[in-house]
Design a protein around this ligand. Structure first.
Ligand SMILES: [Zn+2]
Length: 432
C-alpha cells in the first residue's frame, strides 16, 4: 500500500515536470459552419457564417468563406439553421410530472438530484442551454447546478431558487397532510411578517440561491383549496424584494390571481410567473413597474393532458379547469400593454424535454410572431436573468451556447422541436 502510494506520487510528480517542460499545446478550436446563422434573434436574417469556439466561448463569428484554422474540429451545419441556445426561465428539474403530491415525502434529496440530472440532459437535448429552476425540495437543485458547472454531468446552466418562499399553508408550503406530518416535512420556507420574510430570503441566499422564488398567490397544483388570490401582505412582499435586492438577487413571483400579480409588481418583483388572471389594468401596472411576464403556457398542456384521469385530487382538478379557460389570455394582455415577455414553461408539470412546445403556444394562443417568441427564449430571457452579457446571442466573448435545427424557426416555431446539434458552454450534448 505504502509502495503503491509512493509510486503514484512519483508518477504524478514526473507527469507534472513533463507537462511543464513541454511547450503548451494550442487550445482546441471548434469551427462551426452555419448554413443560416441567426446570431441575434431580434434582427438575424439567417445568412451563412463560420463560428469559432475556444475554451467554452465564442471566439469569432466570421464570413462563411473564411479559412478554417489548422487543427480545428469541424462541425458541418451548412444545411442547418444555427442560433443561440434557448433559455427556459421556469422549470423544476428535480421533479417529474406524474409524481403524486406526496412523492416528495418518500424521495430523498439525493434521489431528487439524480432525477434532476436525468432531466437536465433531456432539457439540454431539447436545445435549452440555460434554465431558471424555480422551486425544488431542499438542496437538490443547487447540487445539480454545481455538478453541471463542474462538468460532472451534462446539462444546461442553471440559476436555482431552491425552495419557494410561501405563506403558511400557501402554494409553496406542505399541505394536504395531518399536522404532525406537515410539521415533519416542512422545509422552513414559510414566513409571516416582514422581519421573518426577510430572514427567509437571507436563509435561501445562504443555502445557495441564485434567485428568490415566492408564491405570491395560491397555486393550481398544490392541495390548498383557497383559490388563486393574493397571499402575502404588501409589507411582506416589499420586505422580500428589498432584502433580495440587498443581496443582489432578483425575485420571481408565482402569481395567478390579478390582485396578487398587481401587489407583486408593486413590490418590485422582477417577473410574474404564470399570470393567469392578468387584467388589462394590471398589465399597465406591470408595464409601468418594468415587471416581466413569464406565461408558462406549456404548463396548461400538461394540465390538459392529465385532467380527468385520476392523477390530480378534486381540489386541484377544479383549479385546473378554471385556468384552462384562460389559456394564453395573459400573453395577449401583456402584449397589448407592452409588458416584456420572457420564455418559461414550468417543465416538471409536464415532461422535461418538451420545453420548445411553448414557442408554438406563444404564437397560436398568445398572438406573438415566431420571431417574438424566439426573442422571448433568447435575448428576452437573458435580460430577465441578468445574463445579457453571457448568453442570448451568438457573439464573440459570449458563452458557446449554440444550437442548430433543420428548417426556419422564424417562419415555423415547430422547427425548434427537434435539435440537430446542441452545444452548452462549449460542451457538445449527445443527442441520441
Ligand atoms: Zn412552477
Amino acid at each position: 500500500m505504502r509502495i503503491a502510494l509512493a509510486t503514484a506520487l512519483a508518477l504524478g510528480l514526473a507527469t507534472g515536470v513533463a507537462a511543464q517542460s513541454q511547450p503548451s499545446a494550442a487550445p482546441a478550436i471548434t469551427a462551426i459552419k452555419a448554413g443560416r446563422l441567426i446570431a441575434d434573434p431580434r434582427t438575424g436574417t439567417g445568412a451563412p457564417a463560420l463560428i469559432l469556439v475556444e475554451a467554452g466561448r465564442i471566439k469569432a463569428v466570421l464570413p462563411a468563406d473564411s479559412p478554417i484554422p489548422a487543427g480545428a474540429t469541424l462541425v458541418d451545419l451548412s444545411t442547418a439553421t444555427v442560433l443561440p441556445g434557448l433559455i427556459d426561465s421556469h422549470v423544476h428539474l428535480t421533479g417529474d410530472p406524474d409524481d403524486k403530491f406526496w412523492q416528495a415525502t418518500i424521495d430523498t434529496t439525493e434521489y431528487q438530484s439524480l432525477v434532476g440530472a436525468k432531466n437536465a440532459l433531456l432539457t439540454a437535448k431539447a436545445g435549452f442551454t440555460t434554465v431558471r429552476d424555480l422551486g425544488s425540495a431542499r438542496l437538490s437543485a443547487f447540487a445539480l447546478r454545481d455538478a453541471i458547472n463542474k462538468g460532472f454531468v451534462p446539462g444546461p446552466r442553471i440559476l436555482a431558487a431552491g425552495n419557494a418562499i410561501s405563506i403558511i399553508g400557501g402554494h409553496g408550503d406542505v399541505t394536504g397532510f395531518r399536522p404532525e406530518v406537515v410539521a415533519a416535512l416542512s422545509e422552513g420556507n414559510t414566513c409571516t411578517g416582514p422581519v421573518q420574510c426577510a430572514e427567509r430570503v437571507r436563509e435561501m441566499s445562504r443555502r445557495g440561491a441564485d434567485v428568490i422564488k415566492i408564491t405570491a398567490t395560491g397555486g393550481v397544483l398544490s392541495q390548498q383549496a383557497r383559490g388563486l388570490g393574493a397571499h402575502f401582505t404588501p409589507e411582506e412582499m416589499t420586505s422580500i424584494v428589498d432584502t433580495a435586492r440587498s443581496l443582489g438577487l432578483k425575485v420571481a413571483a408565482h402569481a395567478h390571481g390579478d390582485d396578487g400579480i398587481r401587489a407583486a409588481s408593486a413590490a418590485g418583483v422582477a417577473s410574474i410567473e404564470h399570470g393567469t388572471y392578468l387584467t388589462p389594468e394590471t398589465a399597465k401596472v406591470m408595464k409601468a413597474n418594468g415587471t416581466w411576464m413569464v406565461p408558462t403556457l406549456a404548463a396548461l398542456t400538461g394540465l390538459s393532458e392529465r385532467i380527468g384521469k385520476g392523477i390530480y385530487t378534486p381540489v386541484v382538478e377544479a383549479k385546473a379547469r378554471q385556468a384552462l379557460e384562460l389559456w394564453g389570455k395573459q400573453v395577449q394582455a401583456s402584449r397589448a400593454a407592452g409588458v416584456k415577455i420572457a420564455y418559461g414553461t414550468d417543465a416538471g408539470v409536464f415532461e422535461h424535454g418538451r420545453n420548445a412546445e411553448e414557442l408554438a403556444l406563444l404564437v397560436e394562443k398568445g398572438g406573438m410572431t415566431p420571431r417574438a417568441a424566439l426573442v422571448s427564449a433568447t435575448t428576452g430571457a437573458a435580460e430577465l436573468l441578468g445574463l445579457s452579457d453571457e448568453i442570448g446571442t451568438i457573439a464573440p466573448g459570449k458563452s458557446a451556447d449554440i444550437i442548430a435545427v433543420n428548417g426556419d424557426p422564424l417562419g415555423d416555431p415547430r422547427a425548434l422541436l427537434k435539435m440537430r446539434f446542441v452545444m452548452a458552454a462549449g460542451r457538445t450534448i449527445p443527442l441520441d
